[in-house]
Design a protein. Sequence first.
Length: 461
Amino acid sequence: MTEHPTPDPDGLGAAVAALMDRARTDLADLVAIPSVADPRQYPPEECARAARWVADAFAAVGLRDVHLAETPDGSHAVIGHRPPPPGAPTVLLYCHYDVQPPLGEDAWHSPPFTLTEREGRWYGRGTADCKGNIVMHLTALRALGEDGIPVGLKFVAEGSEEQGTGGLEQYVAQHPEELLADALLVCDTGNAAVGVPTATTSLRGLANVVVTVTTLAGEVHSGMFGGPAPDALAALVQALASLRDPDGGTRIDGLPADGTWDGVGYEEEQFRRDAGVLDGVRLTGTGTVADRLWARPAVTVLGIDCPPVVGSAAAVPATARARVSLRVPPGTHPDTARDALTAHLERAVPWGARVAVEAESGGAPFRAATDGPAYAALDRAMTEVYGRPMEFLGQGGSIPLCNVFAGTYPRAEIILMGVEEPRCLIHAPNESVDPSEIRHMAEVEARFLRHYATAARAPRA
């Protein structure tokens, strides 16, 4: 585990370090609960067990009225609070206790629901996303001690974030007073790399569609009819190929794709390692990696329905469909992006084939304002812990809840931070966390709460 990089005159760093054995035990307990919020894959009782674990743990560190609140999608959010000292601001601590299913279990080098240490990292589903952030919160509050927490606290742990069913988003809209705070710590991201203090200030939005192409009344024999008979799968492939330039960059008619990123960069070789790009395979698109990840639209074909290779017949496909995902940078409305994608696909399908484009899930991009007292306090805390100033990072993913928070609490500062960094491989087999990030980010959170208490005597959001 990395040594504390800067002097620790108040002993807070040492207090966090002394809690790391307990943090490991906590994370092992949480990882052992397969809290996948999909009853088709795992029993709902597992999510209930994780929710109770979280509720008990945060009640034990001084939060009051910790309870499970049912949200409109049927999941349960763990909610609690602690009143502020006179004149002090209130901070919301966010995390989620549900996890992605451990798809590709054969690719895991150790059981996904057993915390396993290898080469200094802790492996298991949820170690980083987002149970590592739950443990980060607990460790920070324990280090401060119940009598040393200098701000008011509100706490929420979401129970269905990975499913994207929007339960907490709807709950916030229905109960705005319950999570009202001056600063919101959305702890479901992390640093640009281990040891590089970073706040995420930009999230891409999302516009998904399903495109269906039909050319024939039914499949016909490829020997008798192949040639003049229009192949629906070939038509679909041609339309999908038109979404990219020859260099692989996203090209959708009417959608700008020349944005630039002005925060911390992402070195190409590091990206290749983090993404597992094979030797000799070129990256797609132009511009810097950060431009392509965080400032420009990005299209991905998520899946195709067509005859599988095994069992396929000598027949011309009559219909084929694909699920297409479009990530949208800040500055572009997702509805505008979806309309452009839909129109492009409708024009690109050849031969007069029938095409239907169905809108699917979507979400707006997000950009944080960074000029308030919370960001100043966070920069101070990160500089003290890591020995270098905070940098700003974008995220290619989407967190729709951030836009709900921004709309519901327009005066609040929203900070995205946490223990997740590229080597964590969140959502993939062999997810892991670097325990030094739990340690250092817990200290960052504790120091942030102290600094923010003195820097912000602002009215509530």
